[in-house]
Design a protein around this ligand. Sequence first.
Ligand code: F6R
Length: 358
Amino acid sequence: EKAGYKHFMAKEIAEQPVVLADALRHYVQDQHLNLPVDFTGVDRLTMVACGTASYACHVAKYWFEQLAGLPVEVDIASEFRYREPPLSPTSWALFVSQSGETADTLAALRYAKEKVAKIVSVVNVPTSSIARESDLALPILAGVEVGVASTKAFTCQLTVLALLALKAAVDRGRLDADGLAKHLADLASLPGLMNHALGGGDYPEIAEELAEAQDILFLGRGSMFPIALEGALKLKECSYIHAEGYASGELKHGPIALIDARVPVIVMAPRDALFDKTVSNMQEVMARHGRVLLISDAQGVAEAGSGCWRTLTMPQAPDFLAPILYALPAQLLAYHTAIAKGTDVDQPRNLAKSVTVE
Ligand code: F6R
């Protein structure tokens, strides 16, 4: 069942290039998006989910807003449903769930029904309650995910959301055929980049040292901020080490007080337009003797890696897709740190794969 891997989590991390390519084949045909949606006239998107799925929504917010100019609100389901948020009849609500059975997400969907123009869900289990109760359910095609910590479902959720954002950009007149073709070619390169990323990096050695820490911080800016949140969630659920993700620019507004020589700070920063800003936040950490693990591409590591405790070099990726690629080091750090700690990686204490209670 584990196909030679020690844990389902390791197997599911390794499967990502293959399942992501499956999802792309399903939704992209002959340079066209095979998505039965039309965003014309939609003036707002409300996205709701829990945990890792909510971080996929947070990344997608950057895409929908930047590529399609469509305003997006993201909320965690357990807050959304009790806040009684006003929803406009010209908006859509989008629910993201691996299991399709998460009680809070399902309740949020029921709340949104009749209040919005369309209920769309992005699910891994097409027969699930959330899929059945949606106007349109888009499968992420990740295959069965057994490990409690979500890995391949997350990157497949991101892929389907990226395609939806491209569809919105086309429908809203923000992206022409050439622009779409370029983004689709970039997406098609992603499985190869993921294979490359999965092949490198001295994760077991880094994890030995992370396993000694009491607290670990993850920093990211822009669409890398939700990946920092995901890195922290994955690490804490798998290794039981306290971890937090912050937007790099927020550091000086409080969390920098935590930094000393014992606190590893994991900085997720591809060499993009925000890189210099993130590097200056990273230098503030180093000035306080924080141990920085910089995750960047070769150019980023060459420019800013000196003085870092450790570096991990990712393949160069198109800016738009970097958050999907950088999910992999987040998962691998959590996995290997859990191994170093000797925790039950596939079945962490106190957690269930499908959370059907509120
Ligand atoms: C974390 C994790 C959880 C789930 C969350 C939502 O690794 O797996 O945070 O993402 O419980 O579950 P679904 O996607 O089934 O609604």
